[in-house]
Design a protein around this ligand. Structure first.
Ligand code: ADP
Ligand code: MG
Length: 309
């Protein structure tokens, strides 16, 4: 069995970026140079009935909305705003409830209206499997260029823009607002060294950022914000494990100069969203976590990965 991570690593070495692609496989999305000083980001993500949503309980509007929202989250992770959407659907031959597709596209339209971009194409197929939907979005940077996950520096602070864990319990994974406003604000107010969104769980996604950047991370367990959706009946350790590994949080994980961030956070009283400093980057490799006793322990990557045989 090959892990999704290993599979993507192999693809990245087999298909290195080539002009006009400047950033290829391995980040939240790809970057294409458009002219000498403008670039375009392209992201894509597929959602499957039974894996990323369950049509027995999720409304078609929320399914369409989530398909766009997870891609918007990847654009936010690159500090880009959306410009166009391409949506491909696989419809089960066994049929769908009345108005199902209209309602899926109502959910899509909620977000194209909210974030002011349009549907520009896609593909429609039927088959003997369950409902599946793939979205590809294009975007352009809020500032000079897209922010990558491979450019964290030793000495950076590690930050998240929201609390973590419990996203399945009350369906937050279906209804979250992609953090484009947060990404734009950060782009305009600070220099973000590296960024990605947390889709598969903080510990797994941080390990990807650390590996891509060639640095080591130390998290401070006491500073990791646990979402109120994580049951308060769990032990402290279980709540921390939920924050580290549940996934589908869709908040931003970024690194930046600690001194500059401290200054920003002290002087910015009108911040419309939370920014938590949860650790720092060092020279070296791998992720470790400082527990309540002050001891450092290796941080296993516990998030969600697909298996590919
Ligand atoms: P995210 O969780 O941020 O959406 P993924 O884990 O889906 O990112 O993808 C990581 C990287 O691997 C991205 O650059 C993506 O485009 C690339 N990737 C994933 N699957 C494939 C594939 N089957 N073929 C080519 N590239 C892929
Ligand atoms: Mg991502």
């Amino acid at each position: 069995m090959t892990s999704e991570r290993e599979f993507i690593r192999q693809l990245a070495s087999r298909f290195p970026p080539a002009d006009p692609v400047t950033i290829g496989i391995g980040d939240d999305g790809a970057v294409l140079s458009h002219s000498r000083d403008t670039s375009i980001a392209v992201v894509t993500d597929m959602l499957l009935d039974g894996v990323h949503f369950d049509l027995k309980s999720a409304s078609p509007e929320l399914v369409g909305r989530k398909a766009i929202a997870v891609n918007l989250s990847d654009l936010a992770a690159m500090a880009c705003r959306p410009t166009a959407a391409f949506v491909s659907i696989a419809v089960p031959r066994s049929g769908l409830p009345e108005n199902f597709l209209t309602r899926v596209y109502d959910g899509i339209q909620q977000l194209t209206n909210q974030f002011q971009f349009t549907l520009a194409g896609g593909d429609t197929n039927s088959w003997n499997g369950p409902f599946a939907i793939n979205v590809c979005l294009t975007g352009i940077p809020f500032r000079d260029r897209p922010v990558l996950r491979s450019t964290a520096r030793p000495g950076d602070g590690i930050y998240v823009t929201g609390a973590l864990g419990g996203s399945l319990r009350f369906d937050r994974h279906l209804s979250f607002t992609p953090q484009l406003a947060e990404s734009e604000w950060l782009s305009r107010h600070t220099t973000i060294h590296s960024m990605m969104d947390i889709s598969d769980g903080l510990s797994l996604d941080l390990s990807r950022l650390v590996e891509a950047s060639g640095v080591a991370a130390i998290l401070d367990a006491s500073q990791i914000p646990v979402h109120p959706d994580v049951s308060s009946e769990l032990s402290i350790d279980q709540r921390l494990a939920a924050a580290l590994g549940d996934g589908e949080d869709f908040v931003l994980l970024f690194t930046a100069d600690i001194q500059k961030m401290n200054h920003l956070l002290r002087h910015e009283s009108s911040l419309a969203f939370p920014i938590y400093c949860i650790g720092s980057m060092m020279p070296g490799t791998g992720c470790r976590i400082r527990g309540a006793n002050g001891q450092l322990a290796p941080l296993p990557a516990t998030g969600w990965q697909h298996s590919i045989s």
